[in-house]
Write a new protein. Sequence first.
Length: 226
Amino acid sequence: MTTELPAIPPGPADTTHPRRALARLALSSAYREAADFAAGGVPTISDEYGDPWDYVDHAARLVTMAQEVLARAVIYAHERGGTWTSIAEALEVTEEKVRDVYTGTVDQWESALDRPWERSGRFLASRMPDGTTEPDETIADLDQWCMRHLDENSGTRHNARHDGIEDRMVSANLPTHTPVTEMTSLTRTVTYLTKRGAEATSAERDAYQARKTALLAKLQAIGGHQ
């Protein structure tokens, strides 16, 4: 008896949330993961049971996680219109160095936006960064995380409380889709499908047509109310 393999869901990844919001969720998620991991190194309660190398190993793993945070920060800066020059200035390195290190990271991000899922054996695997596959769930989790972990007297929390968004410190300022961002996403999908040519699946083409039809109907409805 053979089990039919699951179909690969069509892209793009930014159908419900714009790519800038997804990039910010990826960055916020990486910060949370690093913060939670770093917190585990603060207590001394288990020191007498650990080997000396355990503490070096923990710190080294934290450095690796921090590098992932930085990579996601570069992607987010890129999504916000940051140039390689400005990113290089922030890192105090040459633009050539930044391009050498992070061009592949940005290219991988772009590719995953177009084709967010791939097959891994008999299963499906997301090509997107952690925190972006189920964005609504991530947003809710991050809002709760901020409430639990940010100090009551921190400047960030004080400002959020003043603005009435203390319980939505992540979600309140995430960008949402506009007709412009949706149209930009559709245009990018056209480019992707054109490059794929005959390799583009019927599911990808059908998803594009359905989204295009829905967006045109939305734009017509907006125009009719003006």
